[in-house]
Every structure is written in C-alpha cells, then in structure tokens.
Design a protein around this ligand. Sequence first.
Ligand code: HEM
Length: 127
Amino acid sequence: MTISPSYYDQVGGASAVRDVVDLFYVRVLDDAALKPYFAGIDMPRLKRHMVVLLCSVLGGPDPYEGRDLAEAHRGMGITADHYAKVGEILLSVLQGAGVGDEILQHVELTLNKVESSIVAEPVGTAD
Ligand code: HEM
C-alpha cells in the first residue's frame, strides 16, 4: 500500500510555505489598493500566522492557532474585489513556486469557503 504524501509535503513543507508567504506579502503590499489595509500592522506576526494557516490548509502537522478569520478581519471593510485580488496573488505565487493544479484547486476551494468570513459585504447575493 502506498500512502501518498500530504499536499504540505508535496510543496516542500514549512520552509517552502514560508517562501511563498514572504513573496505573497511583497506582492500584496506592492498593490496600491491593498497596501493601505496593512498600515501599522505587525507584518512578522501576520506572516507567521499566515504560514501556520497555509501549512494546516495543506495538511501540515500543526493546527492553526491564530485568531478566527472573521474576528481578525472585522471592521476592515474588505471588498469582494480586494478579496479576489489577494486570492489571485496567493494562487499565482503558489503556481510560480511550482505547486501543481490539484493543490491549487484545493487552495482555491478553501479561499471560496472562507470568503464570507473576510469580506465586509454580502457575498453572492443578487440584491
Ligand atoms: C484571501 C484570504 C485571506 C486569508 C487566508 C487571510 C489570513 C489572515 C490571517 C491568518 C491573519 C492573522 C490573524 C491573526 O492575527 O491571528 C490575517 C490578518 C490580517 N489580514 Fe488577512 N487574510 C485573507 C485576506 C485578507 C484581505 C483580502 C485583506 C485586505 C485586503 C487582509 C488583511 C489583513 C490584515 C490587515 C490583517 C492584520 C489584522 C491585525 O493584526 O489586526 N486579509 N489574515
């Protein structure tokens, strides 16, 4: 019987995820529309929490112990457009790091699932 390695192992573990997260925030802060959200934020701490979250989404060994995503983003007024931009940056950095389609799809699905916790406006409502 073959036990296939977790997505976490396939992407190269914590050090690969750290590299992805570093580049992710470089790209996010490089975007004039996104940068203001991060004014005054403790970026090393944010990066640490994002690394642990992304590792756990990929099936890594440690559970995410940062704040609940709804609580962490409450009151920021994040729009669906800005959310989409951030999601695209994450997927493009993962793709640039050589992460395969199956894992990209898993991350995209997860991003869709947590969107309503993070954006400040109703998601997917017609009126
Ligand atoms: C795309 C999905 C997103 C994920 C998975 C995510 C994940 C996280 C995580 C894990 C934290 C740290 C929570 C903690 O303090 O324990 C955080 C905080 C934060 N996020 Fe996000 N985030 C996302 C989208 C966004 C977007 C779209 C924006 C703004 C455009 C944003 C802005 C922030 C800011 C400013 C903080 C710092 C909050 C603080 O320390 O007070 N995030 N996010």
